[in-house]
Design a protein around this ligand. Structure first.
Ligand SMILES: [Zn+2]
Length: 269
């Protein structure tokens, strides 16, 4: 077995998450992988219509991502990889971007099409997109679902124009909350996540594929964002969210580092 990011075979057992397979940490790049790897199948029934409260949360979350991008690139062609129900596409459209999306979920894509969003259904890796065309690519909690992160980033590089931006949001398994919760941390999702990112690991992946990081922020992973992917009940999620909020608000763990990363990188050279 080898690290999915740096190919090193120096891996050590880290823990067994609450549900499912083992997590191994790479000694070389500090990223982690799930062993055995998740089954490469997508379950359509995981998509469901969001309630009013969730729509508000997703819209706010999309706004946060766009704020991150706007300062560097206030306009252009944007592709949201794993666009889900299309809330980011809607907000990007309002902000003046020419936005399109791709998602594997037929339900999510039908929901997007009803609202006349520019979307395609299928795997990002298997769909042909124009090269040197996009100014911005967004992949929010997507790369960990890919068995070959490097291939994913290489394709992103091809589609981007010179100086194009890649925005990623990833869980940070080296964060304080993740460490404190250990095998109970919600970010593991071993039945779906091939990789578990650390700040060093994501930097390695991007620089190896000729991207330069402009900004890397570490923030808490909110329940409203993760609930779609998680295994816990609503009550457990609310407790988790409150706990995460208290720790980040009052810096209860020192040195505090959140369990989510926002990364903005530019196509380099
Ligand atoms: Zn590695």
């Amino acid at each position: 077995m080898k690290c999915l990011i740096c190919n090193s075979s120096s891996l050590h057992f880290l823990l067994n998450p609450f549900r499912g397979s083992s997590i191994y940490r790479c000694d070389s790049c500090t990223n982690a992988i799930t062993i055995p790897a998740p089954e490469d199948k997508y379950e359509e029934n995981r998509f469901y219509q969001k309630g009013e409260e969730d729509v508000q949360a997703y819209t706010a979350y999309s706004g946060l991502i766009l704020d991150y991008i706007k300062n560097v690139k206030p306009e252009g062609n944007l592709l949201d990889i794993g666009c889900g129900a299309g809330y980011l596409l809607e907000e990007a459209g309002k902000a003046g971007y020419r936005a399109q999306g791709v998602d594997i979920s037929k339900g999510a894509i039908a929901f997007c099409k009803k609202r006349r969003l520019n979307v395609r259904q299928g795997y990002f890796g298997r769909i042909k997109f124009p090269e040197n065309y996009f100014d911005i690519l967004v992949a929010s909690h997507v790369v960990e679902h890919n068995p070959d992160p490097s291939l994913f980033v290489k394709k992103c590089r091809k589609l981007l124009k010179k100086d194009g931006l890649l925005f990623l949001s990833q869980t940070n398994y080296t964060g304080s909350v993740a460490k404190l919760l250990g095998r109970y941390w919600e970010g593991w999702v071993p039945n779906e996540h091939y990789s578990h990112f650390s700040p060093v690991g994501i930097e390695y992946l991007l620089s190896e594929n000729k991207f330069r990081i402009l900004r890397l922020s570490i923030l808490p992973l909110g329940y409203k964002i993760i609930c779609h992917f998680g295994n816990f009940s609503e009550i457990a999620n609310s407790l988790y969210n409150t706990f995460n909020y208290l720790i980040s608000r009052f810096k209860l763990i020192r040195p505090f580092s959140g369990d989510q990363m926002y990364i903005l990188a530019v196509k380099d050279r």
